[in-house]
Ligand binder design. Sequence first.
Ligand code: M6R
Length: 610
Amino acid sequence: MCGIIGYTGPRKTAKILLEGLRRLEYRGYDSAGIAVGRENAEPRLEIIKSVGKIAELAKKMPEDIDGSWGIGHTRWATHGGVTEANAHPHTDMSGKIVVVHNGIIENHKTLRTMLGKKGVVFKSETDTEVIPHLIASYYEGDLLKAVLAALQHLEGTYGIACIHANEPGRIVGARNGSPLIVGVGNDEMFLASDITAMVAYTNRVIYLNDGEVVDITRDSYTITDRHSNMLDKQVDEITWELGAIEKSGFMHYMEKEIFEQPDSIARAMSGRIDEENATAKLGGLNLSRRQLADVHRVRIIAAGTSWHAGMTGSYLLEQAARIPAQAELASELRYRNPVVENDSLWFVVSQSGETADSLYAMREVQRKGATVLGICNVVGSTIARESDGGVYVHSGPEIAVASTKAFTSQLTAFYLFTLLMARMRDMSREEGQKFTRSLLAVPEMVRDALAQRDHIQAIAKKYCRAKDFLYLGRGILYPIALEGALKLKEISYIHAEGYSAGEMKHGPIALISPEVPSVFLVSDDYLHEKTISNIREIKARGGPIIAVGVEGDTEAMALADDFIAVPKADPRFYPFSMVVPLQLFAYFCALELGRDVDQPRNLAKSVTVE
Ligand code: M6R
């Protein structure tokens, strides 16, 4: 949720920290702060904090601020309101020990009471502030030793970075449940919760695991466990380029990411289709043919948009591979004491690979013996590393809080897996070839849908003042309706509900009035007539209709007040072409209403707290 950056080296530290925070801003953006250390005869730390976005922090930055090491933080509030006092960094009473933290210290109340009795006076309402005071209580001239001692008392999740005014150039970091990555440069080192913060300077990274502690200076790093045992960690090379995290001429990251989809989908399937045998090759699953043949049920864990991808995948798996499949909300599953059957294969779907709900649910079913495969975008993320195998979707960095390209890449992973499983079961080679051709045609389908940009913008202008929307679909388009509604509400703040169109008459139809538009997804499959009847039911009650349907569907066109056409295709593949107009519709509504498209209120890109 929050973002952390640390730097030690010869460059202008304040500038590096500020730039890193700008790149991390998508993780949280209610307040921010930095601490920069100068190595003078009298080493000192300068701390600047601000409520609001990084731009506000930048305005407060003195012209002459500089130093050779420091840490920074962008916050998504959990404990304590959005105030400057609650913004990080936090310090001990002397002001010499400075900490930034991502996560939640669950026993902070006990620690506050204990420290309070020793005379500590707290300046903020945060759980984090106990950390520097605790470190101070152990400090005897060696920051690492004091941090290690303090960690023994902390319960909960953390990614922390810590500096001491008297130990120039040194940063100590620790991870438990919140991501932390070391960036190894030439005569400089970075520490961050996300690669994006340092990719401009180095592509050599070390992923810390839970329970690990790092001690860095500009030319060295040592990694230990919490009991000071040295660890030998691998340095990974990342392949991202800076361009991938720039807006590249688009107004917003979300717009850029929507338009990247033909390429990102093609990347997700690249090298994974065996046209000769009309099947898919997914080496990362780490399962033999025998093990795959023994799978009789698929269960999918995810949250938000990733859950919608999982639900779409579950419909497809049942329909095309005849495997019972079910998508589960991670936040519910974990506390349900889930039953793990021997013949079930589990997936966890997560763009970030760090979502706490999904991670903990995955660990819970793994504990019960489940094999869990990850469908992740961020390489080296916790879920990707802790799952038993899986598929990287290779969308490239997704910066906008609203997930778009990761969703269609996650869908691609499910289509590939379905093809593989179906061909091992009842799907004939001819059927497989048909499926493969449709899959290969998806990037083009999406390109055609994107070409409707101006038409969709005009429709968004017409409807964006409505207070409520319904999104309705049936069958495999039902999860797409849910996804369309989520996109609209999260970035435009318009209330929107996704429903199965068939469910309307069981209650939600009471909401229909001329002020409540319904967005219908209309396939040309066996559910076409049923969906058309549902449209008529809404129309009869005066509800405006926006329909996303198939080119040439004269019936839907005649009934709808506004119609967005997608090219005719194998109906199983409409989730790809029909979600794109919904993404664009949400984007243009938010734009028209002057919303902060990339960083909508109250949200954060990667939800690392429960
Ligand atoms: O990183 P994940 O895919 O695990 O994230 C799950 C959800 O938090 C995420 O999809 C969220 O719903 C998005 N903001 C939706 O656009």
